[in-house]
Design a protein around this ligand. Sequence first.
Ligand code: ADP
Ligand code: ZN
Length: 739
Amino acid sequence: MPRIARVVVRLPLNRVFDYLVPPELEELAAPGTPVTVPFGRTVQTGYIVELADRSERTDLKQILSVAGRPAMIRGALMDLARWMADYYIAPVETAVHTVLPAAVRHGGARTLSRLKVVWVQDPPPEEEARLRRRAPKRFALLLELRAAHGEEWLSHLEHRVRGAAAAARALEKRGWVRIEAAERRRDPEARAPLVRSEPLPLMPQQARALETIRRAIDTGQPPVTLLFGVTGSGKTEVYLQAIAHALSRGRGAIVLVPEISLTPQTVERFRSRFGDVVAVLHSHLSDGERHDEWHRVHAGRARIVVGARSALFAPVHHLGLIVVDEEHEPTYKQEETPRYHARDVAVMRGHLERCAVVLGSATPSLESWRNALAGKYALVRMPDRVDHRRMPVVRIVDMRAETARTGRRSVFSRALAQEIGERLRRGEQTILFLNRRGYATSLLCPRCGHVVRCDHCSVAMVYHRRREQVVCHLCGAARPVPDRCPVPECRDPAIRQGGAGTERIESILAKMFPQARVARMDSDTMTRKEDYRRVLGEFRLGRLDILVGTQMIAKGLDFPNVTLVGVVQADMALHLPDFRAEERTFQLLVQVAGRAGRGDVAGEVIVQTYTPFNPAIQAARRLDWETFYDQELAARKEMGYPPFSHLVECTVRGADETAVAVAAQSLARRLRCALGAAAEVGDAAPAPIARIRGLHRWRVSMRIPVLVSVTDRLRNAWRSFEWPDGVEGAIDVDAVSLL
Ligand code: ADP
Ligand code: ZN
């Protein structure tokens, strides 16, 4: 029987091609193996995605060679990549690249300071033909380099092409390759001290949770568990002991945390329990670090992976458990192709590899909550804090009344200012949270109301005082702060900040409490990972009194001496054009509140808001999950929104607005026609952010109650749609960001 390999090549073709596997390669050709194949008149590199024993075609060509270590990605991960390509309507090669990170595709095993050959540009075809005839070694080197995706260790090349060094130097002279010294291998956590931690005796609620998860690891039932535990209920300790159980059964584990809470503190909890078998994967690693960590996992030396979204694809051997912590976090959704949701893909990977999946949260997403109510996920609740520490008391301050009292718009209410002062006197710590970075949200002219906007994007620019610039947070464009209002009839010099950003809060604090030691934590100040560690370290040691920050400080931090959390303006996120705005606000408030009172003194939370009676804010005040979820679910059901349907968003963009509008309208018609009654396809309309980087954006938005029944039709309609010149489209299945 012929052996057929389905291969995806490194070209944006969005297809899988069949090749014959020659007998001498049969042993090596497994799913995930990099290969070279004849393609048209060229030779291409690619990966085997699956093996088969028949093909629809009869004129198959043979695979030329196995171009690297066999089976870099194992079969189950390849199946996952294919599933992602299908479900998220993404080109299969982008899905394959997602499960096999670039740092790994590009290199061999790196060790200390060696030489690397890097592709620069292809020789012209006639030159290449000449090489093929006259300089077989140079030509072979080029092929090897292509097989290695443009980058390979010289020492590896030496093994395959005799005289590779001389050949590489010759190619370098022609400007086609470059020879580089590689950087040293780095351990991302090398400097973190390790004190071994022991499993804690569990509280009854933790023991019950652990019991369910152990059973899931051992028997496969229940496949997915939603661990709904309030902040400080000891979820992490449950994860740790569940992982220990998986290890004891010879199985590995993956723990996903949102990038933002991938703090040194989080990582240390895992490393101090399990030591070197923990690998850490996140976006701040250098290519070399990522490569090394990935290979430690691939080689089976690391058994536990802790990381952000993409760590889900780590090639852990004999996977027994996947934990998705803070499963409600929108950052689990990747906003570029393939636009996958790591939580949902985790459930799929668990299914494919028969491993247990645990979704943990203090504020589950409505999607997971509904799945738990419907019995699709097992639900385990941990309603109490460890050691019966009390939940924080949440107070709402109505900022409208505050404005009426003082006659101006102030940043700190009297109540919050008083409580901060009280903490300083008592030697306790305060966290102040603001959902926006920069000194002020926007530059607003007090006379004419003009707001400084980005020239390329339809959003207000954000004022950054230290840089004396306005910055667009969408495209990064920056301009000096205008000294007068740019409106010709106005020209008022008093154009000034409209709201308060973290930077402004910091400077107000300095005036109000000159004795306080304040640090600010947001993506402007935390540009290096050491900054993060340093500031948190100082805060922990009590060398800081107040920490001011954005989302970055909302989660995961556990500081016993923090007894006050202030939310400076709670309603910022409420006014976004997004049906999840209330859910987000509720989740964020509960998370932030969870930072208070983790020690022996009960915590207090002060939430300042201009809409005190908003249901999300009221629910967060009472920490009343059930009522909020019931209400939200009812509203979503009525509107046919997720979790009662799948939301699919198509974005159409281009420089010419009319062309974009016409294309979007015709796309909407096409989709309606293809999907019929199975979907509710909305009218094409400008996106909430109607322009980014000078491109106009339109939306076609669909709600599909049962997605699996129509994915094929949807995919075909999308892929066969003919885009006019200068207009392009992107499709987002289970969209999270609606801007
Ligand atoms: P969560 O992840 O639910 O917010 P954590 O796992 O961070 O909660 O636990 C909160 C705190 O309680 C941590 O300092 C942790 O070390 C401690 N803790 C957790 N479980 C126990 C236990 N069984 N006994 C004593 N302390 C515990
Ligand atoms: Zn912009």
